[in-house]
Design a protein around this ligand. Structure first.
Ligand code: SF4
Ligand code: SF4
Length: 106
């Protein structure tokens, strides 16, 4: 599957920063609840009280994090739809930043 086939969209106003998506991904891909091994990461800026969801390039778009996000704050779209969302600058809704790779050895 191409890396560009899907883009994760984040509704930052809806995301609660609960980290369930991180736990679900680490369990699905590494068999343990360990956010450090997740391919989806919730980056917290405590000073600005904001949570930014970012996606590792090793994500295989299995959709499990999306299925378990109870507030429905994240979903995948195709690249064309992501471009429209980016252009519209919908407040609080944006394509997730991509992380090159996260460490999984600890
Ligand atoms: S994207 Fe969903 S599951 Fe992940 S931290 Fe935000 S609300 Fe929680
Ligand atoms: S879609 Fe990607 S980030 Fe989400 S659980 Fe699957 S591999 Fe992890």
């Amino acid at each position: 599957m191409s890396r560009l086939e899907k883009v994760l969209i984040v509704d930052a106003d809806t995301c609660t920063g609960c980290s369930v998506c991180e736990l679900v991904c680490s369990m699905a891909k590494h068999g343990e609840y360990n956010p450090r091994k997740s391919y989806i990461r919730v980056l917290r800026n405590r000073e600005m009280s904001v949570d930014i969801v970012a996606l590792d390039t090793r994500c295989d778009f299995c959709n499990q994090c999306v299925d378990w996000c109870l507030p429905r704050a994240i979903w995948f779209v195709d690249p064309a739809e992501a471009a429209v969302i980016r252009k519209q600058h919908t407040i609080g809704t944006f394509p997730a930043p991509r992380l090159a790779e996260v460490r999984t050895d600890d």
